[in-house]
Design a protein around this ligand. Sequence first.
Ligand code: PMP
Length: 307
Amino acid sequence: MDDRDGKIWMDGQLVDWRDAKVHVLTHTLHYGCGAFEGVRAYKTDKGTAIFRLQEHTQRLLNSSKILRMPITWTADQLNAAQCQVVRENALDSAYIRPLVWLGSEKLGVSPKGNTVHAMVAAWNWGAYLGEEGLKRGIRVKTSSYTRHHVNITMTQAKAVSNYTNSILANMEVTDDGYDEALLLDSSGFVSEGAGENIFVIKDGTIYTPDLSAGALNGITRNTVFHIAKDLGLEIIQKRITRDEVYIADEAFFTGTAAEVTPIRELDRIALGAGSRGPITEKIQSAFFDIVNGRNPKYAHWLTPVSA
Ligand code: PMP
């Protein structure tokens, strides 16, 4: 991934892709205190536009605040950097990765005395769980790893270190041939996927875990709240047990990378008909209309990358 042409924004400068490097004694590399975002830009009739840029940047600033990493870049500067990187790399559509990290001035658990840095990269990244997964649904397994408790590394921060838990869960289940992991919270209730929020549908009502289950406050999750309202569907946030998922009519994951991905199986139990369900399909199609600029009601969620 490091050996390619292109430009990466690093601390206010556009640098060549191959030169966007940090020192091996970088504090974040050793202790995992860092914050990042995953953002997408889509091709629309009015040109390439970033979906819910302001909300992603605000979450990055919130994550940095939660992690006590004073960031000097403003939201406007970070927004401009993300647009610039998509433009400079001549991307029609893109996955955008901003990261905030601690420098290499000193090691030791206390980060005091280290500088805070920011970068933004962007590249082409198709369907995270596969094109086929978007259509047919994916096979999910409940991980043996528990999701973070809300008082461990802070679940409302998109913290670098939170992803060790995601990596362990994802590796565990993909090694067993599944597509993605579902994690339960420390009380055994459904929390979220390794990199996605989860929704289940039963008798026409949509349910999703409330955020006390340790799930990230997903921006796609919030987008689905709007879509459901437009479709006249009710979403209830509540504690969900894994067997409630087994007997659901439909289920799907949401995330910037995963978009809206149907779940057709959990722990080898087919959910509903074992394929993408009709309500999931409606929500998915409304989602792609919005991100691709085909729904004027949500035009304000799309920031054109043009200068
Ligand atoms: N949970 C986790 C653990 C994630 O990594 C993500 C992806 N950022 C999500 C949920 C979904 O969040 P969003 O819709 O904001 O991308």
